[in-house]
Write a protein that binds this ligand. Structure first.
Ligand code: ADP
Ligand code: MG
Ligand code: ZN
Length: 220
């Protein structure tokens, strides 16, 4: 489905207001490891947009079912209403139905969408939307995660957050998988993953090592 407005002379790449000025949107990416406050920051921005009487729509992939299908949630338990969508095509369809009614699009756990999220985000920006994406920048193997690196490159603004290393307390940029599983997607929170700094991060931690943590992960 094409999100471009069909009858615009410039091919729909930008909206123009009454004085002919371009009304382009904005792409904001909030990234960092797990527990760095990405969802918290996304929720904060969406709530502030609503205070400014802007109309907001929020989405998340249906892989993230930790809390609720109709909201996003942070580990600190802030929430915001959100629609769960199965993939980028479903997201496109969900947006197409209400594009005229919204000004701000929030997407959490954006790393779980495929690369189709990249042109979709850019299209929305050209339609004048403020697009705020939150997602992990690296996998538990410390490799760039899915579409997030490209989205960071294309963004107007990137907020790269750090968490607190659960071993030493330093700023943490890595997500440590506890236990032996090497599957990329094991959705969960404290106990399965924890934040680690560069010095304390071990890409292949085995089950025994995870028993020797100096401090247990905080259960939120
Ligand atoms: P993200 O979306 O990046 O995973 P959240 O916004 O869900 O992060 O959660 C951030 C909250 O998690 C913090 O405000 C804090 O209450 C809690 N928290 C738990 N463990 C940590 C940690 N190791 N470092 C920082 N915050 C943590
Ligand atoms: Mg989150
Ligand atoms: Zn550390």
């Amino acid at each position: 489905m094409n999100l471009h407005h069909p009858q615009r002379a410039d091919g729909g790449r930008t909206n123009r207001n009454e004085v002919g000025r371009n009304e382009v949107g904005r792409l904001e990416v909030i990234t960092g490891p797990m527990f760095s406050g990405k969802s918290e920051e996304l929720i904060r921005r969406l709530k502030r947009a609503r205070i400014a009487r802007q109309r907001v729509a929020c989405y998340k992939p249906d892989i993230d079912l930790r809390y609720h299908r109709t909201s996003i949630a942070s580990h600190g338990s802030q929430t915001h209403e959100a629609e769960t969508v199965g993939n980028v095509e479903r997201l496109r369809e969900a947006l197409a139905g209400q594009l005229d009614a919204i000004e701000v699009v929030g997407i959490d756990e954006a790393q779980f969408f495929d690369d189709g999220i990249i042109p979709l985000a850019v299209e929305l920006v050209h339609l004048g939307k403020r697009v705020i994406l939150a997602g992990l920048d690296t996998t538990f193997n410390a490799e760039p995660f899915g579409p997030i690196p490209a989205l960071m490159a294309l963004a107007d603004e990137v907020t790269k957050l750090s968490a607190v290393c659960m071993v030493c307390g330093a700023p943490a940029i890595h997500t440590q998988r506890l236990g032996a599983s090497q599957e990329l997607v094991v959705v969960g929170a404290a106990g399965v993953y924890e934040a680690r700094c560069r010095a304390c991060f071990k890409p292949y931690l085995d089950e025994n090592e995870s028993q020797q943590m100096e401090f247990p992960a905080i259960q939120i």
